[in-house]
Design a protein around this ligand. Structure first.
Ligand code: TXA
Ligand code: MG
Length: 345
């Protein structure tokens, strides 16, 4: 398949009508959102949804998020409850995905055979206009091949999806850089946080919600455990070099790396610490921004992981992020990249 790459500059959205025609005809279009790039297809067309699974190399029991242009469109595809309207009021359009019971309008192929469906109304203007012009909800997972980090630039999406989709829309770097927060609305109107993101647990609590954090957000699921979100049971975001998360005083971390070095290590490090880590022989430093700039770290993490994957390092060291606020989203992605290997010094 020949992939057309279309760059959108400013507010000139003329090219989007062709992208919408591709979606309507059951084809695949990569598009930017405020979180990461998505690989989109008509969510109401099971054949189109099947193409997404094939292009990504994704198991077909891992459901897709459906993207809508207006929060109220969720009524056509799910059984909405008062909690949904409260979430929509507070956070939509934006980087929040809500899992609710599905209506039949969304075929089982799109939702991985579950009776629920995940709905998100993105705020990126290109994404919203594409959905509006397509006149259908757009099913879109992150536009990476299964197992590699989500793309945060069109170049990343080209690396993974060239010749696997009809069009890639280049809308520049994604604002946030980590995937949306996912919550499930429970029968008692409380929320289960399935994936942390820019909308934090604290943000949800501040709006009066009772929030429970799913076990798999923080820990490795024991063998045989049922994941509340199918995506949690798959290995994700892991570079081919082993990643280790270090927690402890700077001097102890430097000492640990020196003691264990085989000569080709990478360190994802806070800017304040780079001078100290530069002393380690044979090390490649990846700048993670300043320690307090969690948003900056979220913005660059996946790009750094992709850069690291171009090399063969003996080990990749990174700091253990804080678990509060947006830090929880980083923590969740980084413990997965590290296959839960944390070294406390
Ligand atoms: O920011 C995002 O959410 C991006 C952009 C493109 O919108 N999309 C994204 O999709 O990250 P994906 O497919 O890479 O991740 C969606 C996650 C998967 O782990 C999947 O298992 C989970 O959402 N999910 C989807 N539908 C679900 C459902 N009905 N119940 C529980 N988990 C669900
Ligand atoms: Mg993904």
């Amino acid at each position: 398949m020949n992939t057309e790459i279309v760059k959108i500059l400013g507010n000139d959205f003329t090219e989007l009508s062709r992208a919408a025609e591709i979606i309507k005809a059951g084809g695949l279009v990569v598009f930017p959102t405020e979180t990461v790039y998505g690989l989109g297809a008509d969510a109401t067309n099971p054949e189109a949804a099947k193409k997404i699974y094939e292009a990504k190399g994704r198991p077909s029991d891992n459901p897709l998020i459906i993207h809508i242009a207006e929060p109220l469109e969720a009524e056509k595809y799910t059984y909405t409850s008062p909690a949904y309207y409260a979430l929509a009021d507070a956070f939509m359009p934006g980087p929040l995905t809500v899992v609710m019971k599905s209506r039949d309008a969304i075929p089982p192929t799109t939702r991985g055979g579950l009776d629920t469906v995940a709905v998100r109304c993105p705020e990126n203007p290109i994404a919203r206009e594409l959905i509006r012009l397509s006149e259908v909800p757009i099913a879109a997972p992150s536009a990476n091949r299964s197992g590699s980090p989500s793309p945060t630039t069109a170049a990343h999406a080209v690396d993974d999806m060239l010749d696997r989709c009809e069009m890639i829309i280049d809308g520049g770097e994604c604002d946030f850089g980590l995937e949306s927060t996912i919550v499930k609305i429970e029968d008692d109107n409380s929320l289960t946080l399935l994936r942390p993101g820019k909308i934090t647990a604290e943000d949800l609590v501040a709006k009066g919600f009772a929030v429970r954090i799913a076990n798999a957000v923080l820990e490795e699921l024991p063998d045989g455990a049922v994941a509340l979100s199918p995506g949690m049971k798959y290995k994700h975001y892991a570079p081919h070099s082993p990643v280790l998360l270090l927690e402890g005083e700077l001097s102890k971390c430097v000492e640990y790396i020196c003691d264990n070095s085989k000569g080709a290590d990478a360190i994802i490090c806070y800017r304040e610490d780079s001078a100290a880590f530069s002393a380690v022989p044979g090390v490649t430093i990846y700048d993670f921004g300043t320690r307090d700039d969690i948003k900056g770290q979220a913005h660059v993490l996946f790009n750094i992981l992709r850069e690291i994957d171009k090399h063969d390092f003996d080990a990749v060291y990174a700091p253990l992020p804080p678990r509060e606020g947006i830090g929880l989203a980083l923590y969740n992605r980084m413990i997965r990249a590290a296959a839960h290997k944390i070294i406390r010094l």
